[in-house]
Structure formats: C-alpha cells, structure tokens
Design a protein around this ligand. Structure first.
Ligand code: 6PG
Length: 230
C-alpha cells in the first residue's frame, strides 16, 4: 500500500522528509541504542541529504547505507557512496557510520556472501528506507530490463544481489525486494511531472517485473510514503 504526499516546492519536500526521517531515527536510537537508514543515489536526493545532514541527531549511533550501488571506484562521479559522503555525511552528520556496499575489486559470489552475512547481522531490518524511481519504474537497482529481475523480486532472495542492467551503465549491487520490504519506514522520493506520470502508470498496472516499484506500492505489509514535488 502507499500514501501520496505532495509538495509545491522541492525545498519544502526536502525539509519535510528530513524532519520525518530525523524523528524516526531519534526514536529508534532511543529504543534500541542504534538506527539504520538506506538511501538511494541519483539526482533527486541531494537537497534532502543536505537538509538531513543539518539535523542534530545521535549520528554516531546511526548507520547509513545505500539501497544500491554502482560497482565503480568510490571517487567516480557515478559512485553513490561519493554522493552520500559529499552531501549527507557532512555538517552535524559527519560522525555517522557508513556501511559500504562496494567492498573490494570484484563483485564475486564470495564478496556477496560476506556482505550478506554482514548486513543480516548488523543492518536489517532497516529503520528507514528512502527509494528513488527511474523513468522505467526501476527502484534501487531492481531493473525491469535485467536478467536478474525475477530473483530481485523473489521473497526467497538473499539480501544483496548482483544486477547487470541492460539500459543503465555499470554492474550493480542492490538490496533485494525481500530485504527492503522488511524496512520499518519506507519512503519513495520523486520529483517532476514526468515522474508523476511514471507513478500513475505504476499504480494503474499489476506486473512488478515490468515496473519493479509496483512491488513496494502493492505489498500489503509495506506502507510506502510517496513524497513528490513539482
Ligand atoms: C541509482 C539509484 C536509482 C535512482 C533512480 C532515480 O543508483 O541509480 O539508486 O534507483 O534512485 O534511478 O534516479 P534520479 O533521482 O536520478 O531520477
């Protein structure tokens, strides 16, 4: 299921989402002593990252990771890790912990096994998940065009998977739907008229393999909070 929250300006959305996420992380740290959040890459989240980085939270108790990462060097302009370090792990948030998805040189089965063990022990279920959405209805790196899409959407998948999209650059490491769907608070952050149309198309149809974001919108036990601004 889902709820749509609309904002007149991206800046207002960024502030509102940062307030909401800050409150959830604060409550989680108070209850459990720690909290986890997975964010997405792409061009949409920069303003939100900046707003969240200014919140005075117990950042040393908060682990940030990514919903997905491109398998590129960390200093590449395509690295989501670089984006997060430059825009979120700043200001008040400089002491946040970061769980790297891109570890080592090769995205091998052994690398995935080690990372799966670590995220299951240390991170899951996530307290907060911030998803983005592509024009093709992909989210995280659950790409409709990839050979791996059935595994990505299967409820029996491991938490982290290798994905090779046919229509986007770089091999990826992505959390699976099964792992992301356990998140206690899920947000879909999108902006602009064309993403609104993509969302409407996703809502109007059923087949998750065609538009993987549908898996989150349809799951009865996932309450996806859509945050959209013009
Ligand atoms: C990635 C992402 C991806 C992204 C969407 C939206 O690394 O590519 O995590 O899922 O969120 O493609 O990207 P934009 O914000 O650039 O439209």
């Amino acid at each position: 299921m889902y709820q749509i929250n609309e904002f007149e300006q991206r800046k207002l959305l960024d502030e509102a989402l940062a307030d909401k996420v800050a409150a959830i992380l604060t409550a989680a740290v108070k209850t459990k002593g720690s909290a986890s959040i997975a964010v997405s890459g792409g061009s949409t989240p920069k303003g939100f990252f900046h707003a969240l980085s200014k919140k005075k939270l117990a950042w040393q108790a908060i682990t940030i990771t990514l919903a997905d990462e491109r398998w590129v060097e960390i200093d590449s302009s395509d690295s989501n890790t670089k984006l997060v370090y430059e825009n979120l792990i700043q200001n008040e948030a400089v002491n946040a912990k970061f769980f790297h998805l891109k570890q080592g040189e090769t995205l091998s089965d052994d690398t995935l096994d080690d990372l799966n063990l670590a995220v299951n022990q240390q991170l899951l279920p996530l307290d907060v998940l911030i998803l983005g959405m592509g024009e093709d209805g992909h989210t995280a790196s659950l790409f409709p065009c990839s050979d791996e899409i059935e595994t990505c959407l299967s409820l029996n998948s491991p938490a982290l998977l290798k994905v090779v999209p046919q229509t986007a650059p770089h091999q990826r490491i992505s959390f699976s739907f099964a792992a992301l769907a356990q998140s206690k608070n899920t947000f879909l952050h999108i902006s602009g008229a064309s993403k609104k149309q993509v969302l409407a198309k996703a809502i109007a149809g059923q087949e998750c393999k065609e538009m993987p974001i549908r898996a989150f919108l349809q799951a009865p036990d996932v309450n996806t909070q859509v945050y959209w601004a013009e």
